[in-house]
Design a protein around this ligand. Sequence first.
Ligand code: NAD
Length: 261
Amino acid sequence: MGRTSFDFEGETVIVTGGSSGIGRAIALAFGDAGATVLNADIDPDPKDADADRPTHEVIGAEGGTAEYAETDVSEPDAIASVVKAAREYGGVDVMVNNAGWFTRGDLFSVDRDTFEKIHGTNTNGVFFGTQAAAADMRDRGEGGVIVNTASISSTHAQADQIPYDSTKGAIRMITRGAALELADHGVRVNAVAPGHIATEFGAGADEKEESVAAGDLTKPIPLDRPGYPEDIAPTVLFLASEQADYVTGEMVYVDGGWQTF
Ligand code: NAD
């Protein structure tokens, strides 16, 4: 059985940051659901310890169609090129702006380069990814769906995370504003907000497992375990699917209940 029961046969999906972690799980789930998947990542190789083959190879091996497009999402022209490349497969139907970078630092220690770098990847990446995909969807006149990876950090501050949290707050409002502006074009825009997910992102998967087990978070996770990339992918596919036809501008938390109290 595939990882999800959604049907994206005949649709073209771009996933930024699809090589590793959450993006990889999303790309694999879309591949399982029959989509043509373009993984737009700066690095073709998975960082995950248990993932030894590039995402597009795994999808391809299971009969699906997938390509890797080397892309730095902080460069608007690079994202626009991937959207243009998707025309070869009929044009982008679903854009998942997921690539992200993390750094930690308190208000007084973060310098301008670091602040601009994280906003370049996380904020610019989502904004220009949304812009490029939306322009193509508008011009083709067939509608489309955009799903952005936000975070519990879109709404909840944690110590020494202003640079990262501010990018995720911005992603929430890019999502809402774009939903408003694109509704007339038949384009829905939503976000998924993961909680503490065991990937190599930030602290690293093992360390995250350990800190959840030790209760070493600012507050506990009601479902009492870290999340995994496979916990996030089904929500992204739901938001991208026809089942979510009346959902736009929304941000769905997938966090084991962390932000609810
Ligand atoms: P990850 O490090 O496993 O994967 C991130 C991917 O993005 C990598 O493949 C990396 O090569 C790619 N990437 C980084 N910079 C890029 C750039 N400039 N251009 C193109 N690709 C780039 O991390 P992850 O945990 O899977 O994170 C994915 C998304 O989920 C991020 O946006 C992150 O902010 C968000 N998120 C993660 C967590 C978590 O706990 N892991 C929680 C909330 C939100």
